[in-house]
Design a protein around this ligand. Structure first.
Ligand code: DOR
Length: 458
């Protein structure tokens, strides 16, 4: 904590006063001084610091910036659904300060040039900080160790089951090779491709979206999860299982926590079958599917037990026209980056998790499991990435608020208590009073384990 008086005043770029600040030590009333993008002092600072910009956060909670470690921003190739500008604009309006973007674009993100093209496209257009996954596939398996260490790379992502796009690695020999060529935590979409193909006839015959979770059933997810965990253990590789959707997977993963980290999503925690399919039709169609209530309850139980490490949105936009195709031709995916925090704050309000646990899942968790440099907590020396929320604010989520090029949310009309008010990224106010006030100044996220790569990032 800073000592001093008016005569020895110091000057900050941004001074945030009177907020209830959520630190690793708990929540307390602290002021925060930011200089050159970093937090430089915390405490009772008002008599000691002057600032270019002063923000009075009375009545607000100041959280570490939310990091969404699973978004699909569709650029290049599918920018009628989403692009890096609109996707990251939605992110900051929803209180998200950093994103990891997925490789199932056109072209796929498989090579150095693909990654560089995304980094070039994000420069000057991304509103928040960003990193991009490299897709793991048969064609690039042997180069993955080099590729995953490139600047701006979030790591390797593997699709074991087809979801959207052409990225697929479903046989054990290829998966083994991918796992052996690299060190970083590998992210996986675990659904069993063979079983998905066998069972697709169920929904082709009925055309009924209510059967989405019967086609892509629990066994499809569990089989793939068990296979990839066994392969990762044999290869000595750390693993991150994305969007875990079932009670059975959570029970299994709880026994493998030492090597394996776990993500679940707001939609799996908020919606349940069959109600969501009856109400939303194919707008609720997502892979892996939203399942019955008992699964949702098991996901909450896994959050309470500490089995879940992160909440990611799996923001996966398709246009309303595309979603209106008859099921199962309708593509799977829904928007989520902008609604992740509001929906989760509403769960905090309802008493389903504490604010401290939410911060653990959306800031500290991603930083810890992916080795993000200088983000994920409010601490002196860390990046001044801050999400200021009003826990009592009541709002309705609506399609008009959604920045995504696809222009819709499955939560249209949902009443929420708890809302992001200001978003600060590296000491810059990007959203103030729920409106954009800056310009896109996002930068690549840096990782601890790729320090050589970091030196290439300016
Ligand atoms: O439903 C989904 N859609 N799940 C995924 O994991 C990917 C995705 C997409 O890219 O549309």
């Amino acid at each position: 904590m800073t000592q001093g008086n008016v005569s020895s005043s110091r000057h900050a770029d941004l001074l945030i006063i009177n907020g209830t600040v959520v630190t690793p030590g708990g929540a307390g009333c602290l002021d925060i001084a930011c200089v050159d993008g970093r937090i430089v002092a915390m405490g009772a600072l008002q008599n000691q610091w002057t600032a270019d910009t002063q923000l009075n956060a009375r009545g607000l909670h100041v959280l570490p910036g939310v990091i969404d470690s699973q978004v699909h921003f569709r650029e290049p190739g599918l920018t009628h659904k989403e692009d890096l500008e609109a996707g990251t604009r939605g992110a900051v309006l929803g209180g998200v300060t950093g994103v990891f973007e997925m490789p199932n674009t056109h072209p796929l993100t498989l090579w150095r040039e693909d990654l560089q093209a995304k980094l070039d496209a994000a420069k000057g257009r991304a509103w928040c900080d960003y990193a991009f996954y490299i897709g793991g596939s048969e064609v690039n398996a042997e180069q993955l160790q080099t590729l995953e260490a490139l600047p701006g790379c979030a790591g390797v992502k593997v699709f074991m089951g087809s979801s959207f796009g052409d990225l697929l690695a479903d046989n054990d020999a290829v998966l083994r090779s991918i796992l052996r060529h690299g060190n970083r935590r590998m992210a996986v979409h675990a659904e069993d491709e063979t079983r998905l193909r066998e069972r697709k006839a169920i929904v082709e015959a009925s055309g009924d979206v209510c059967q989405h979770s019967e086609w892509r059933d629990v066994t499809s997810a569990l089989n793939a999860t068990q296979r990839i965990v066994a392969l990762a253990e044999a290869a000595g590789r750390r693993l991150h299982v994305l969007h875990v959707s079932s009670a059975e997977e959570m029970q299994y993963l709880a026994r493998h926590k030492r090597r394996v980290t776990v993500e679940t999503t707001p939609h799996h925690l908020t919606m349940a079958a069959p109600e969501c399919y009856q109400r939303l039709g194919s707008l609720a169609q997502m892979n892996p599917p939203v399942r019955e209530q008992r699964h949702q309850e098991a996901l909450w139980h896994a959050i309470r037990e500490g089995v879940v490490d992160v909440i990611g949105s799996d923001h996966a936009p398709h246009t309303l026209e595309e979603k209106a195709q008859p099921y199962p031709s309708s593509p799977s995916g829904m928007t989520g980056v902008q609604t992740l925090l509001p929906v989760m704050l509403d769960h905090v309000h309802a008493g389903r998790l504490s604010l401290q646990r939410l911060v653990d899942l959306t800031s500290a968790g991603p930083a810890r499991i992916f080795g993000i440099e200088g983000k994920g907590r409010i601490a002196v020396g860390y990046d001044a990435d801050l999400t200021l929320v009003d826990l009592a604010a009541q709002r309705s989520i609506c399609n008009e608020w959604i920045a995504s090029r696809s222009g819709w949310t499955p939560y249209d009309g949902k009443s929420i208590t708890g809302w992001p008010i200001h978003t600060v990224i590296r000491g810059q106010m990007v959203v103030r009073d729920e409106a954009l006030v800056s310009r896109p100044q996002g930068r690549p996220i840096r990782f601890l384990e790729t320090s050589e790569a970091n030196s290439a990032l300016v």
